[in-house]
Design a protein around this ligand. Structure first.
Ligand code: NAD
Length: 266
């Protein structure tokens, strides 16, 4: 079933981990997809080749999402190729972990610049185009959809990762405030809150049996998440199936937010 047929989507940080699975899932659902990347052009190009071989449509565009001019140029290239944008997935994110008292301003700013300012810059370009174009009924009942990749750490405090957790708490309020502002224009803004998903960003948490066993004590469902778990949630949030869903964070976390420490009576 191609729920997104004829729509055009941009996924930031799309040549790795969650972004890769989201881009591939959107393409399978019929969307034309922009694979945004900042490094490793070969993997981005390989994704384009694979999506086209499977009958889909994709292009790769290099841009650092924290740079205003690069974001602007990326959207222009997308509009030149696909004409417009229907779906933005703000996904690019980084961690620069440090004990708080040793955290440098560079570590703080790097995370805020990509994880928060990058979301602002991309969402602003998308929202301007949604408002300019309005609803195109044979594609979607909404004028546009924005999905922000948050984290369970928009809720769960995370010692040693104060910059990252602050960025995710910021993304939560960014998504909700933007949703409130744009809903009257039939633009939907939602977030996804992944739990522990098997990607390069958290490799040390799952690449040995010992670390995986420790991680699983935090996950009631008893398995680590796979990027495809997030891809499926993104397709649903981007489609008209979720048309009445506005300003939520959809947690996809195997129950990580269920206070697993209390499962044996605290
Ligand atoms: P990842 O490291 O595999 O992917 C991150 C992507 O962002 C990479 O492709 C990277 O090149 C890109 N990126 C980094 N800086 C960029 C920039 N300035 N401009 C454009 N792209 C840039 O990690 P992932 O786990 O796939 O992370 C994707 C998102 O999911 C992040 O926002 C992360 O915080 C979030 N998340 C991940 C998990 C998890 O368990 N893996 C859990 C919760 C949230």
């Amino acid at each position: 079933m191609q729920q997104l047929k004829g729509q055009s989507a941009l996924v930031t940080g799309a040549n790795s981990g969650i972004g890769k699975a989201v881009a591939e899932s959107l393409a399978s659902a019929g969307a034309n997809v922009v694979i945004n990347y900042v490094s490793d052009p070969d993997s981005a190009q390989q994704m384009v080749t694979n999506i086209k071989a499977a009958g889909g449509n994709a292009i790769a565009i290099k841009a650092d999402v924290s740079k205003e001019d690069q974001v602007h140029d990326m959207f222009q290239k997308m509009f030149d190729t696909f004409g417009t944008i229907d779906i933005l997935v703000n996904n690019a994110g980084i961690q620069k972990d440090s004990p708080f008292v040793d955290m440098t301003l560079d570590q703080w700013m790097a995370v805020i610049n990509v994880n928060l300012t990058g979301y602002f810059l991309c969402a602003r370009e998308a929202a301007r185009e949604f408002l300019r174009r309005g609803i195109v009924k044979d594609r979607s009942v909404a004028a546009g959809k924005i999905i922000c990749m948050s984290s369970v750490h928009e809720r769960i405090p995370w010692a040693g990762h104060v910059n990252y957790a602050s960025s995710k708490g910021g993304i939560m309020m960014f998504s909700k405030s933007l949703s409130q502002e744009l809903a009257p224009h039939h633009i939907r803004v939602n977030a996804i809150g992944p739990g522990a998903i098997r990607t390069p960003i958290n490799k040390s948490a799952w690449d040995t049996q010992e670390s995986l066993d420790r991680l699983l004590t935090l996950i009631p469902y008893g398995r680590i998440g796979e990027p495809e778990d997030i891809g499926k949630a993104a397709v649903w949030l981007a489609s008209d199936e979720s048309d009445y869903v506005n300003g939520i964070t959809l947690f996809v976390d195997g129950g990580m937010l269920l206070y697993p420490g209390f499962s044996t009576n605290g």
